[in-house]
Structure formats: structure tokens, C-alpha cells
Design a protein around this ligand. Structure first.
Ligand code: PAF
Length: 284
């Protein structure tokens, strides 16, 4: 049975009752759980004895014109999935419990957060690091698992944990895809039939650039142009960025060298913003 912990007090009692020799794995989410999330729960289970997840649609990481109010919240279906998967506990706090009136402290990472989604969504990663550090302090997990689909989020959280000496091991779970390559996302349900049909071009653009890399292309601008050309096959896709970046710092690189690269793309289809990425191995 999944224990449902509806506030910080309930979470603290549950956590205090865990035997100290039990390793605790944590998967933070915003709900609308799909197979990608469930694969993170499986990974957390493999790395620990007890698994807890959280569902909290964090207002701090949404911009004023973003989809906070329409973000899907199918809580009953989510709980049923967690029960079926044998997840031990769910932390399900309210906004008031997480952010009591007068809260005035934010956590900000100032390097990895800046490009890509950070440039397009000001304040987004500050909202993520603030809530994730709060969740880590409350849950006190030994290991936490985040999806590689949000590669920049993973890099930002790894930095925060390193810089602030947070005692938790961060693991990344691989991207889970539909049969046609579209990365699973809670936002895919917003896509119209026409946009859904065009969406696999996003992954195809990454695979095409990877193929060019495999054939010897190392110039970042050329790889990006190859990817952008694939996206341009559908007028429905409005790219926000298609970039070749250092896999750790996410800084710009002119050529792909020994460290490899992260190919990262963000695009709008209608009013829905989708992201995807692919790691290129290094030459070393
Ligand atoms: O990836 C998400 O679902 C969110 O950004 C997270 C990590 C749960 C923080 O709100």
C-alpha cells in the first residue's frame, strides 16, 4: 500500500519511523505520471530499499504566461499507478504547506541554469532548485532519480547538490519514448492530432545530427543546421533552440571533442512547448 502523506508533518513522522539502515530512494514529480516517470520509480527501487515519490505542481517554476493553471492533475489515476507499482509512499503537499506566507528565500544556480531553457524561461530553474532543495531537506533521501529528458534540470540539480554539499546521490533515468520516437511528457496530451503527427520530427532531428556525427561531422554549427533542417520539414514546429552544448556545463562549444556533447532542442507545437535531447559520446 502506498502511504499518502498530505503535509510536511505527516512526511516527517513517516521519515522518522524508517529504520536507519534502510536506504531511501526518491522520485520528485509534478504528477500526470506516465511510463517515463514509472521507469524512474523502477530505477529508484533498484537503488534503494524504500521508494517515495512526490507530486507537487510547483508554482515557483512556472512563468506568468505558462501553463500552471491548466497543468494536468489526474491525482486519482496517479495514485492508482503508484499503488500498482508498489511505491511505498507519496508526498502530496499543498502550495500553502510548501510555501507558507512570508517565505522569502530562493535557491539560485548561476551557470548551468543560464542558457537554453534558462534563457527562454527566466526564473524557471530558480523555482526548480528551490523546491528540490526543500524536498531533499524534508524527505532526506539517500538517492534521488531525475529524468534525462530534462537534461538541463539534471545538470542544474547535480551542480546545486555539489555546490551546497547536499547529502544525496543523484541518478539520471533514460528518456522513454513512444514507438515513433516522441519523448514521453505530461504535456503531450495538449497536442492536436496534426501537431502530434509532426512531433516525432523533433527526435528525428536529433538522430539525423547523431548520424552526421557518426559519419565524422564535428562542427557544432553544421550539426545544429542539420537538425534544424529536419525540423523545418513541418511548418507546425516552431523551434526555440537547437543547440550543441558541453554535456556538463552546457556552455557553447564550436566543435565536438573528447567530452562529447549534448544536442538539445526546444520547440513549440501550437501552444505546447516540447523539449528533447541526445548525448553524443566523446572521441576519447
Ligand atoms: O521535473 C519535474 O517534474 C519538476 O521540475 C520537479 C523536479 C519535480 C521539480 O518541481
Amino acid at each position: 500500500m502506498t502511504h499518502i502523506l498530505r503535509d510536511k508533518a505527516a512526511l516527517r513522522s513517516w521519515r522518522a519511523a524508517l529504520p536507519p539502515d534502510r536506504r531511501l530512494g526518491f522520485v520528485p514529480t509534478m504528477g500526470a505520471l506516465h511510463d517515463g516517470h514509472m521507469s524512474l520509480m523502477v530505477q529508484a527501487r533498484a537503488a534503494s530499499d524504500v521508494v517515495i515519490t512526490s507530486i507537487f505542481v510547483n508554482p515557483l517554476q512556472f512563468g506568468p504566461n505558462e501553463d500552471l493553471s491548466r497543468y494536468p492533475r489526474p491525482i486519482e489515476a496517479d495514485i492508482a499507478r503508484l499503488e500498482a507499482a508498489g511505491v511505498d509512499a507519496l508526498f502530496l503537499p499543498s502550495v500553502e504547506d510548501m510555501y507558507p506566507q512570508g517565505a522569502s528565500t530562493l535557491v539560485e544556480e548561476n551557470l548551468v541554469s543560464l542558457p537554453l531553457c534558462g534563457a527562454e524561461r527566466p526564473g524557471h530553474f530558480r523555482g526548480v532548485t528551490t523546491v528540490v532543495l526543500k524536498l531533499f531537506n524534508l524527505v532526506q533521501p539517500h538517492v534521488a532519480v531525475f529524468g534525462q529528458k530534462d537534461a538541463q534540470q539534471c545538470a542544474v540539480i547535480e551542480r546545486m547538490v555539489r555546490d551546497l554539499d547536499v547529502p544525496v546521490e543523484i541518478k539520471r533515468g533514460p528518456i522513454v519514448r513512444e514507438a515513433d520516437g516522441l519523448a514521453l511528457s505530461s504535456r503531450n496530451i495538449y497536442l492536436s492530432a496534426e501537431d502530434r503527427a509532426a512531433a516525432p520530427l523533433i527526435f528525428e532531428s536529433l538522430k539525423t545530427a547523431e548520424k552526421a556525427f557518426g559519419a565524422g561531422e564535428r562542427d557544432s554549427a553544421t550539426l545544429a543546421a542539420i537538425g534544424q533542417d529536419v525540423l523545418a520539414r513541418s511548418g507546425r514546429i516552431k523551434p526555440q533552440y537547437w543547440e550543441v552544448r558541453d554535456p556538463e556545463s552546457l556552455g557553447a562549444i564550436a566543435t565536438v571533442g573528447a567530452r562529447g556533447a549534448l544536442l538539445a532542442v526546444a520547440a513549440h507545437l501550437g501552444t505546447t512547448r516540447l523539449i528533447d535531447n541526445l548525448l553524443l559520446g566523446g572521441d576519447a
